[in-house]
Structure formats: C-alpha cells, structure tokens
Design a protein around this ligand. Structure first.
Ligand SMILES: *[C@@H]1O[C@H](CO)[C@@H](O)[C@H](O)[C@H]1NC(C)=O
Ligand SMILES: *[C@@H]1O[C@H](CO)[C@@H](O)[C@H](O)[C@H]1NC(C)=O
Ligand SMILES: *[C@@H]1O[C@H](CO)[C@@H](O)[C@H](O)[C@H]1NC(C)=O
Length: 242
C-alpha cells in the first residue's frame, strides 16, 4: 500500500462585490484555529503545524476537509457569482516516489457531506453514477495520475472540473517566471506549492496560477472562460478532497 501525504496550509478567499460594495473576507489561515468548523472525513487530520493532512493511497482511501459553514458566493437576490480571489499552499509527499495517490482537488460544492463518494480517480468528488449526479461542484484538480476514462492529458496536470471529472480545461502543471518562461512543476515532488484561483465576474474568466515561491506569478497557468453564476448556488461549501 503506497500512500501520499497531502498537506494543505492555508486558505484565503476574498470577495469583492461591486454591486453592493459588500466585501466578505474568509480565511482559515492555520487550520488549527478553524478546526471546530472543519468537517474531516476519511483519513484526515490537522497536524501540529496547522496543516490539514489528507492521506490518499493506492488502496483508495478517501479524505475530505470541508469548512462546515456555507459561504455566500452570490449577493442576496442577485443571480450573479461574486468575483473572488483565493490562495492556498499544498505539498504532496508520496511514500514511494513511483507510487503516489491520485492528487487532490480544491472544491466548491453544494453539500459538505461527501460520504459515499468514490476516491482515487474521482478525487472524492463523484460517485460512480456519473450521469445522475445531484450535487453541484466546481473544482480545481491537481492530478498525479492519468485517467484515460476522463481523458486526462498526463500524470501531472491541473484541471478545472465543473460537475464532471472530465476537465473542461487542463494543462501540464507548471509556473511562469517573471520573464514569461514556463517551468515544469512536479505536483507530488514533496515541494511546497502555492496556488491562486481568481474569478473575474465581469469578464467571466477563471485564472489558476501556481508557483513554488510565495510571489504570485503574472501569467496564469490555466485560464478559462466560464460563468460561475450557473455553477454556484447562493451559498456553497469549500474544502479539499483527495
Ligand atoms: C451517489 O451520489 C448520489 C448523489 O449524491 C447519491 O444519491 C447516491 O446514493 C450515491 N450512490 C452511491 C452508490 O453512493
Ligand atoms: C440514475 O438515474 C436513473 C434514472 O433516473 C435511475 O434508474 C438510477 O437508479 C440512478 N442511479 C443511481 C446510482 O442513482
Ligand atoms: C528567464 O529567467 C530565467 C531565470 O532567471 C533564466 O534562466 C532564463 O534564461 C530566462 N529566459 C529568457 C527567455 O530570458
């Protein structure tokens, strides 16, 4: 049994709503302080460092860490998703270099209760009934296995998943230097990786950036045109799944 230890350090979400000039800041910086409000399922724990530790393995263990309180993604009475910016840091450390788990996904879902969902290639977000899936989700997957079933591009990619594990957009994991040079980044190389997800509700564009450094790169690794208004409900749950 080969395990991958997934560590997640902090999650920050900032909303800026131009319509009602309401700003909602949300953070669980240091998961330890937020511990009472985090629903942990499967093999999951909060380490002394304040990191969430999810364990995935080839035996299909599943871990979830979701914030138990719903977060508002649309202003009251307005059917338009608010713009947001979020950031978190992850590290994936496989027990054996050649046999890792399946990676992890950051997810925004309509339910925090994902018990019964399938691990591994489904990253804990879907069960086998792919067609009649009742809850909605939006996810950014950090996938370290190539699943031909979902037409994955390779075994080290970042993808945007909307109500399906077939990514609507994906690209090999990497980051951009200040001079626009793209560098490869191995997701399960044990290295600390920072991720930024930004949604622009005017341009209806979602941008994902990664870096092994704390400075946010100028260029996006993944950019896709999507109107999250039809994907997100008024209030949704955020968390990680592996
Ligand atoms: C699959 O998910 C659906 C929707 O959440 C649920 O109703 C169903 O019971 C699940 N099936 C299994 C086998 O877990
Ligand atoms: C999926 O939906 C079909 C038809 O609505 C139903 O017959 C089937 O039992 C559902 N499967 C699951 C796993 O819920
Ligand atoms: C970009 O910067 C890196 C690191 O400073 C350097 O190694 C590389 O040669 C540069 N590439 C170009 C095209 O300037």
């Amino acid at each position: 049994m080969a395990q991958t230890f997934v560590f997640i350090w902090l999650l920050l979400i900032f909303f800026t709503n131009l319509v009602s000039s309401l700003t909602q800041d949300f953070s669980f910086v240091g998961f330890k302080r937020a511990a009472p409000n985090i629903i942990l399922t499967g093999v999951t724990e909060i380490a002394n460092t304040g990191a969430i530790r999810l364990i995935t393995d080839t035996q299909r263990v599943i871990g979830h860490a979701f914030y138990s309180l719903p977060i508002r993604f649309k202003p009251t009475g307005v059917n338009r998703a608010m713009p947001f910016s979020m950031s978190f840091a992850i590290a994936m450390v496989p027990e054996f270099v050649t046999l890792g788990g399946h990676g992890l996904a950051f997810a925004i879902t309509s339910t925090p209760d994902l018990r019964g969902y399938l691990p591994s290639q489904y990253l804990g977000l879907l069960n086998s009934s792919r067609v009649n899936f009742s809850s909605l989700f939006f996810a950014v997957e950090f996938d370290t296995v190539r699943d031909l079933e979902f037409e994955d591009i390779n075994d080290n990619h970042v993808g945007i998943d909307i109500n399906s594990m077939e990514s609507s957009s994906s690209t090999p994991a990497g980051y951009f230097l200040a001079n626009s040079t793209k560098k490869e980044l191995f997701l399960d190389g044990g290295r600390l990786i920072q991720a930024w997800i930004d949604y622009d509700s005017i341009k209806k564009r979602l941008d994902v950036k990664l870096s092994p450094f704390s400075e946010k790169p100028k260029l996006s690794l993944l950019s896709c045109n999507v109107d999250l208004s039809s994907v997100l409900g008024d209030k949704m749950y955020v968390g990680f799944s592996a």
